[in-house]
Design a protein around this ligand. Structure first.
Ligand code: PMP
Length: 326
């Protein structure tokens, strides 16, 4: 018999899938690391499990404990799966800009959900960063995961996602392009790939309203770069420890409109029903066209599944209301 001992054992070993239509204007092969095949439908299952197991190993997380995290949903899903299998209580703290589907899904896998306002500074007591920290102080035997600064996040991608991409391309990958939020994916995968071949180029996809691109180019943390935006999952108003700027060759910024439109296009033209950051990522690849030549093998990572966005990027009424459809 061939079976997994539990759902956590099915994390990873996701397929690499060629893009055919959307990338027709590019000279090179473009392959998508298709992370929705993970049991929680996102790449975040990988780092969630790594963070839990590392915390168990060094005693930060103990039997009967409570896991607390500020999460836009996908990390919460991964942590919730680990909490169920391993027997912990799970609390997710989210900002109110996240889709209702994401909150409902987290409750469906047994997590408690606290919703906080988006448009407050990170150090405001109401922010989701501050609320998660406060709950962790109040609740005995609890562990605040902090995916932004937790090194197990990057480690998960260095140990699994990066080696998978290297092996699946027979070491032929020349560029890695990915949306950046906590930075775990780009730093772990980028670090591994550059160790195998220092010539591999690593590009981050950023949003308008986020600090990454400007910081990478100038070393300046510019508060004028921070304003509310629609794209989910990428961009930050802080500099997470997991973003290793030295590994990153450059950032490209994608507008909210383009991210939403390309999310729909991936689904309708490639049959890839994916989340909003996948739309941003593929538009980012197209924006980088001038950097690619015919022998290049570009890997773009698609973080999560379309089901969490049916009320937004897959809803034409919402798209029209936002001015994204003509
Ligand atoms: N896309 C989605 C949908 C995400 O949930 C995240 C995580 N915030 C990212 C992209 C960015 O990944 P990372 O945090 O590893 O930079």
């Amino acid at each position: 018999m061939d079976y997994a001992e539990n759902i956590l054992e099915t994390i990873g070993k996701t397929p690499l899938v060629k893009l055919n239509k959307l990338t027709a204007e590019l000279p090179c092969l473009v392959l998508a690391k298709y992370e929705t095949f993970n049991p929680g439908n996102s790449v975040k299952d990988r780092m969630a499990l790594q963070m839990v197991e590392d915390a168990e190993a060094d005693g930060r997380l103990r039997p009967g404990g409570t896991i607390i995290e500020g999460t836009s949903g996908n990390t919460g899903m991964g942590l919730a799966l680990a909490a169920i299998v391993k027997g912990y209580r799970m609390i997710c703290v989210m900002s109110d800009k996240q889709s209702k589907e994401k909150m409902d899904i987290l409750r469906a896998v047994g997590s408690e959900v606290h919703v906080c306002p988006t448009d407050v500074a990170p150090d405001d007591p109401q922010s989701y960063y501050s609320t998660a920290r406060r709950l962790a102080q109040e609740i005995p035997n609890s562990w605040y995961v902090n995916q932004y600064d937790n090194p197990s996040n990057t480690k998960a991608h260095y140990l699994s996602t990066g080696p998978e991409i290297w092996d699946q391309t027979d070491g032929k990958v020349t560029h890695f392009v990915v949306g950046v939020g906590t930075g775990g994916t780009i730093s772990g995968v980028g670090g591994y790939l550059k160790e195998q071949n220092p010539k591999v180029k690593v590009w981050g996809v950023d949003t308008y309203g986020s600090v990454f691109k400007k910081y990478h180019e100038t070393g300046i943390f510019d508060e004028n770069e921070i304003y509310p935006y629609v794209t989910e999952g990428i961009g930050e108003d802080i500099l997470p420890k997991n973003v290793d700027f030295n590994l990153i060759d450059g950032f490209t910024k994608v507008t909210d409109k383009d991210a939403a439109v390309y999310t729909q296009r991936l689904s309708k033209e490639e049959g890839m029903f994916l989340g909003n950051s996948a739309g941003a990522a593929i538009k980012g690849v197209l924006q980088l066209k001038e950097h690619f030549t015919k022998d290049d093998v570009v890997v773009v990572l698609f973080h999560d599944h379309g089901s969490r966005y049916v009320g937004k990027m897959y809803n034409d009424e919402w798209m029209r209301k936002m001015g994204y459809l003509n």
